[in-house]
Design a protein around this ligand. Structure first.
Ligand SMILES: Nc1ncnc2c1ncn2[C@@H]1O[C@H](COP(=O)(O)OP(=O)(O)OP(=O)(O)O)[C@@H](O)[C@H]1O
Ligand SMILES: [Mg+2]
Length: 261
């Protein structure tokens, strides 16, 4: 029996980038397999957004190569752009348009069949149906973020970059985003996302990569990363619920009761 090993959806080798003589990326190597979620961790200013911008053709690297969605970043930037979608760190939605109009606009730009139905499906999936006809200027921060992520899913890109997709979202909305991310990975999409929430990476990503001092200094599954530290001692600790667990329990309880009255 022969097994063919598919090449990774994203293959990054030796990417370097300096700004004004200051080195930000000093040789980044990283692979993301199709159907997997890789979380990129790093302190503020580590270069996460810079790397995501390079991989989505918005910024040129000084050195190194990358293959994204089967296309070479340097020689086939148009094909790379067609196979990816990017949700930037700051929401890129049009304030004047309604949520539904924003989605329809992207669907038309991407030549998607039936833009109205696609927009309505995404509004429902991201719990924005009621707000869909309102100008985005009236949305809360979390609603904008959800709309922004919904926009990035139009056209079923094979590679998705999400730069801090859950920053500023309430716990319920963060769970929605992660459910969507996992569902997309389940359909074969490769997802590279950055996050400051370490516990989210721990729970939901297949692999975690740590960007520090311009390089990936650790990259692996949670089990692999745990092996980098000395073995743990067994201690008796009484587990208290986290504030997030309490928040979710309280808000869900209230919502359920409201639904009944
Ligand atoms: N266009 C630019 N011109 C000059 N310096 C830049 C530019 N873009 C980024 N930098 C610098 O590169 C470094 C990395 O920035 P980047 O935004 O990639 O970090 P980050 O890891 O995404 O941080 P954060 O967690 O705060 O989002 C920072 O020192 C930043 O000031
Ligand atoms: Mg950033």
């Amino acid at each position: 029996m022969t097994t063919t090993i598919a090449p990774p959806a994203i293959r990054i080798r030796g990417i370097e980038k300096s700004y004004d003589g200051r080195s930000v990326l000093r040789g980044v190597d990283l692979d993301v397999e199709a159907g997997s979620v890789v979380a990129l961790l790093g302190a503020n200013g580590a270069g996460k957004t810079t790397l995501v911008r390079i991989l989505s053709t918005l910024t040129r690297p000084d050195a190194g190569t990358a293959v994204v969605g089967g296309h070479d970043l340097a020689t086939e930037p148009l094909e790379v752009r067609r196979s990816i979608s990017l949700t930037g760190q700051f929401a890129a939605v049009d304030e004047v348009l309604t949520g539904r109009e924003n989605l329809m606009l992207i669907a038309r730009l991407r030549h998607v069949h039936g833009p109205g139905a696609v927009a309505d499906g995404l509004l429902e999936r991201f719990r924005l149906t009621d707000a869909g006809g309102r100008a985005v200027a009236t949305y809360s921060g979390g609603m904008r973020r959800r709309l922004d992520i919904a926009m990035s899913l139009i056209g079923d890109p094979s590679v998705i970059f999400l730069d801090e997709p859950t920053t500023g979202l309430d716990p319920e909305a963060r769970i929605d985003v992660w459910d969507t991310v996992r569902e997309l990975a389940g359909r074969g999409t490769a997802i590279l996302l950055t996050t400051q929430y370490l516990e989210e990476a721990e729970q939901h990503a297949d692999r975690t990569a740590v960007l520090h001092d311009g390089r990936i200094i650790a990259n692996g599954t949670l089990a692999e990363l745990k092996r980098l530290l000395p073995p743990t001692k067994v201690e008796y600790v009484e587990k208290q619920p986290t504030l997030e667990e309490i928040f979710l329990a309280l808000t869900r309880h209230r919502t359920e009761n409201e639904g009944r009255s």
